[in-house]
Design a protein around this ligand. Structure first.
Ligand code: GCB
Length: 602
């Protein structure tokens, strides 16, 4: 899906702000009572975008399971001629039904990707309408991430799930109204390469109702550097400036779609940004522009005080400043697609991104230990099944459709720590890897591997281009015993290198929970000193293995989780606290990463 961009033919209006809000009192009672057909009966204020959970002082809102209703009045812009008016929601977690006045205009499942509705026929230009969104935060075995509802001994319905972050819900990203002409660019795909100093840009445009399509390539200053006619083709950019890690040079493919002639002539203009760069996996290296790339950075979360998972521009820019201060050059969108603004910003700042679907928690084995949830088989007709796989395939398609033109994305992660040790897991994942490759033949594909899926047990590694490992030697295993942890880590790495000598290995998680301010002469677990010791051990090991091409520690910052006896106010594995103060280790890792940046040049 194309991002909403303004242009000579497109206007955008934001509907962000304070909306009316009400919890559905009894599962779906609001639906039966048609709450969308009138102002909400007892509304309270709720900011958009934000998670609703931490905004009010009510436990009921914080712990709500079921539908929550958002509503606001919308002034309809004057619409020119045959222009269309589109409503766009950046993400609603986890599912949404949307009404314009009494008319249902959209439904969407999947809490981290955008959806749209053409509402032209349902509103009056210059008038107003009531916009209602029913937000459903319930997870089932057929959603991603999966979960299930349970009833407590006291009779309360609660949401259980197998992933380690709080089930924040709400309208998490911007709500926009935008216009485009009746003739409309609906999709653009750009792939790039280069020969010597010449950039090669292959493009494909889909446009509704267009008689003619043409493209202009503009450089970062807006100067035209190439041009072509036709809905598909190739253009060459002389003296190209490549998009590189640390130097996010961007071009724009300005797409023109024209219909009609004379008085009847209409034209849509869509500016599609792109960078010229290549990605390839070869000889156990990940190459960007033909050069080996080493990932320095973190798994992250969209998570912060008050706003939960709501997108926040100030926080986004600050987080990038912190990452750059530390010498990081990359991150993973653990464990779901991030806001489009984040992907745009990574493009601009030259950050390298591993882009992940919301397939987290497809592993009842680990989660049983972590959350106290019941241990049932991961793959079975009653749990993760064919319908889940269909939903998973849809998420892969939607993610790639949204993010395919971002130069920052160098690798698709189609799941985090699923069970990959059973024959059923291979049956489940083989077709999904094929879906990813079919949607994007240009980028490598991986699955983030869990500690139980050691080389002797893993059943999917050969389907994938890279080995991505989440390892907690020294924490969940060999707790506090770094000498044994180092032995086990080296032994496992030896196993991967022997089994998959051509595949690069990226450490996508490692590190202990660390209470900020806890110092310990004996560097015992939970202290800042232990975090430094454990990460330093890992880094020493990584440096001995040329197959290791990346270190993304867990996590960039502390984050909220469900309550559990191993979580003290959330997960504390951050390099920074939840309010972004550096822990001691941040300075130690900074020294390492800045030295690497100086040596490698990015
Ligand atoms: C993992 C998960 C991550 C958890 C982390 C932990 O392996 O991928 O979501 O938060 O471990 O801290 O336990």
């Amino acid at each position: 899906m194309l991002a909403a961009r303004s242009s000579a033919s497109r206007d955008i209006r934001s509907l962000d702000g304070v909306w009316s809000f009400q919890l559905d009192p009894d599962q779906d009672a609001g639906l039966d009572q048609r709450w969308f057909a009138a102002p909400l009966p007892a509304p309270r204020p709720m900011p958009v975008p934000a998670s609703y959970n931490d905004i009010t002082t009510d436990t009921e809102v914080h712990d709500h399971v079921g539908l929550a209703w958002y509503q606001r009045e919308v002034q309809v812009p004057r619409i020119l001629g045959t222009d269309r008016l589109i409503l766009r929601l950046g993400s609603v977690t986890h599912a949404a039904t949307v009404w314009a006045d009494d008319v249902e205009v959209a439904t969407h499942t999947g809490g981290y990707l955008p959806f749209e509705a053409d509402i032209t026929e349902h509103v009056r230009p210059g008038g107003t309408f009531r916009l209602s969104v029913a937000v459903d935060n319930r997870l089932s075995w057929q959603t991603l991430p999966p979960g299930f509802l349970a009833t407590t001994a006291a009779g309360q319905t609660v949401q259980k799930y197998y992933h380690d972050f709080y089930n924040y819900a709400g309208i998490h990203r911007s709500v926009l109204l935008y216009t485009h002409p009746a003739v409309a660019v609906t999709d653009v795909t750009v792939t790039t390469g280069f020969e010597g100093a010449t950039g090669i840009v292959t493009y494909q445009v889909e446009a509704d109702g267009a008689a003619a399509v043409s493209v202009r390539v503009l450089d970062a200053e807006g100067t035209q550097v190439a041009q072509a006619d036709g809905a598909a083709g190739q253009v060459r950019i002389p003296d190209v400036t490549l998009w590189r890690p640390g130097a996010g040079y961007l071009y724009t493919l300005e797409v023109h779609a024209v219909a009609g002639q004379g008085e009847e002539r209409t034209e849509d203009v869509y500016p599609q940004r792109f960078g010229v760069r290549t990605v390839e996996v070869k000889d156990a290296q990940l190459l960007i522009n033909g050069e080996p790339f080493y990932f320095r950075g973190y798994g992250r979360h969209e998570d912060n005080l008050i706003r939960g998972k709501g997108h926040d521009t100030a926080l986004m820019v600050h987080d990038f400043e912190l990452m750059e201060w530390q010498g990081a050059n990359s991150f993973r969108t653990s464990h779901y697609p991030y806001a489009e603004e984040v992907m745009d910003y990574a493009d601009e700042r030259g950050f390298v991104v591993i882009d992940e679907t919301p397939a987290v928690g497809l592993n009842t084995g680990i989660a049983a230990g972590l959350t106290g949830a019941q241990a049932v088989p991961t793959f079975s007709p009653e749990t993760v099944n064919d319908a889940t796989r269909e939903a998973h395939a849809a998420q892969i398609r939607e993610l790639i459709a949204r993010d395919k033109n971002h130069p920052c994305v160098v690798l698709w992660s189609i799941a985090n720590e699923p069970d990959t040790t059973t024959p059923e897991s291979r049956e489940y994942f083989e077709p999904l890897v094929a879906v990813a490759r079919e949607c994007d033949p240009t980028r490598p594909v991986g699955i983030v591997n869990v500690i139980m899926a050691t080389p002797d047990k893993d059943k999917v590694w050969d389907l994938l281009d890279v080995v991505m490992l989440n390892r907690y030697y020294g924490w969940y295993v060999d707790t506090g015993d770094l000498a044994s942890a180092e032995k086990h880590l080296r032994a496992e790495l030896d196993g991967w290198v022997a089994m998959a000598p051509d595949k690069p290995i990226i450490f996508t998680e490692y590190g202990p929970d660390t209470m900020a301010g806890s110092r310990d002469l004996f560097a015992r677990p939970w202290s800042e000193d232990f975090q430094t010791a454990m990460l330093s051990m890992h880094h020493r090991v990584f440096d001995d293995y040329p197959h290791v091409v990346g270190e993304q520690m867990w996590n960039f910052a502390d984050f909220a989780t469900a309550v559990g006896i191993i979580r003290v106010g959330g997960n504390k594995k951050g390099m920074f606290t939840r309010s972004r103060e550096p822990k001691q280790n941040a300075f130690v890792v900074r020294e390492r990463w800045l030295a690497m940046r100086d040596r490698l040049g990015f």
